[in-house]
Design a protein around this ligand. Structure first.
Ligand code: SAH
Length: 371
């Protein structure tokens, strides 16, 4: 657990760390040296930072710390997917999942404990919202995954892609997410290409526009419906940021990124949003927006009344999109033997956040976290 009184250097990106060194009366370039130790070499004790003078190492050890969140358990699936349960504080934990594929390794990270949005088919919504994760807690998930996968020892990069598709709405924790993206993409941090980092959002339009200016990482939109009436119901943030405005924001985003497509996420809910007419309406919505669609088979969780569409329906839906020239894939379920698939992640959230289920369960509750 981190000591609240000491600044944790995992909370700083390059510019804020430079400011920190100025503040303690040292040279800003120290920030570059320290970031390299942390993110290139995995070093978190100041004594090992041999290019810093001994007095500075001692000052830093007294004044600040470099503390990642703590792993509670680690599970490995038969398909190579790994899941870590990460303890944030006495009451809160989150899960982070590593999904290896032939040509890449994707890490799915969380940005909030719980989520303030209330998407009807999402298990995270059941637990309510507790708090934003700090930058240290977000970048810490990536640092821990790299450490566990041997990156700091071997230099072999297994985490090649990052998706903000764990718990929470990243664009409602904007400042900390931006600092994390800075660390992910800077050469002194993990040095990932911007298009290998994907922010997934339910559609917070002002922050989509800010994201376009502040970074140009890849964008995924949790659309899930092709008309306002249904979207108002299953993704209630749509009442504040309606479909047409959201689609325009997507268009602006792609225009700023040389027409690099936006990913449209669409969860397949039997009898709710999966008709051929829904597919045709979706085609209309996406007209003129460079996009690719990810159809996500719905993962059931206790207490939900939704069911996943059957495979024939999913394929027919996909075919309509493909015939209209929209590149569409059905997301594969990975790691289901360790409950690491979309909608199966389990973290722990303090009871005060558990707005929906607290009455039934009492005290702390298990929560699910959807990716
Ligand atoms: N808040 C962000 C990111 C988190 S969810 C967002 O809304 O985009 C990541 C993806 O998983 C979203 O598209 C979400 O809608 C989807 N998802 C949520 N619950 C699911 C479930 N039970 N089964 C399948 N996908 C789910």
């Amino acid at each position: 657990m981190t000591d609240e009184l000491k600044p944790n250097l995992f909370n700083y990106d390059l510019s804020s760390l430079e400011a920190y060194f100025k503040e303690i009366g040292d040279k800003p370039y120290r920030a570059r040296q320290v970031l390299k130790w942390i993110y290139h070499h995995g070093i978190t004790d100041f004594e090992s930072m041999t290019n810093l003078g001994k007095p500075l190492r001692q000052t830093l050890a007294q004044q600040c710390e470099i503390t990642p969140p703590r792993i509670t358990t680690q599970q490995l699936s038969a398909d190579g997917t790994r899941k870590w349960l990460i303890q944030l504080d006495a009451k809160n934990s989150i899960e982070t999942v590593f999904i290896p594929e032939n040509d890449r390794g994707t890490l799915c990270i969380s940005s909030q404990v719980g989520c303030p949005l209330d998407c009807q088919f999402c298990s995270t919504a059941q637990q309510g919202f507790n708090r934003n994760l700090s930058t240290a807690e977000i970048i810490g998930q990536v640092w821990i995954a790299n450490r566990e996968l041997g990156f700091f020892q071997t230099g072999k990069r297994r985490v090649s892609n990052i998706v903000f598709m764990g718990m929470g709405e990243p664009l409602l924790n904007y400042e900390n997410v931006i600092k994390t993206i800075n660390l992910l993409t800077h050469d002194l941090g993990f040095g990932l290409a911007r298009r290998k980092v994907t922010v997934s959002t339910s559609g917070i339009i002002p922050e989509i526009d800010r994201l376009k200016t502040d970074t140009n990482v890849s964008l995924a939109i949790s659309l899930h419906a092709s008309n306002n009436e249904l979207r108002n119901q299953i993704v209630p943030i749509n009442r504040s940021y309606p479909l047409a405005d959201l689609l325009n924001a997507c268009k602006r985003y792609t225009q700023s990124r040389d027409e690099e497509p936006v990913t449209i996420e669409y969860v397949m809910l039997a009898g709710v949003n999966d008709s051929l007419d829904d597919a045709r309406k979706l085609v209309k919505c996406l007209k003129g927006i460079p996009s690719k669609v990810n159809l996500i088979p719905f993962n059931q969780f206790p207490g939900t009344s939704y069911q996943c569409s059957d495979i024939t329906t999913i394929n027919a839906f996909r075919d309509i999109l493909m015939q209209a020239g929209i590149f569409t894939i059905t997301r594969k379920t990975r790691g289901d033997d360790i409950d690491a698939a979309c909608g199966q992640l389990v973290g722990k959230v303090s009871a005060k956040a558990a707005r929906h289920k607290a009455k039934q369960t009492g005290g702390d509750m298990e929560v699910s976290n959807a990716i």
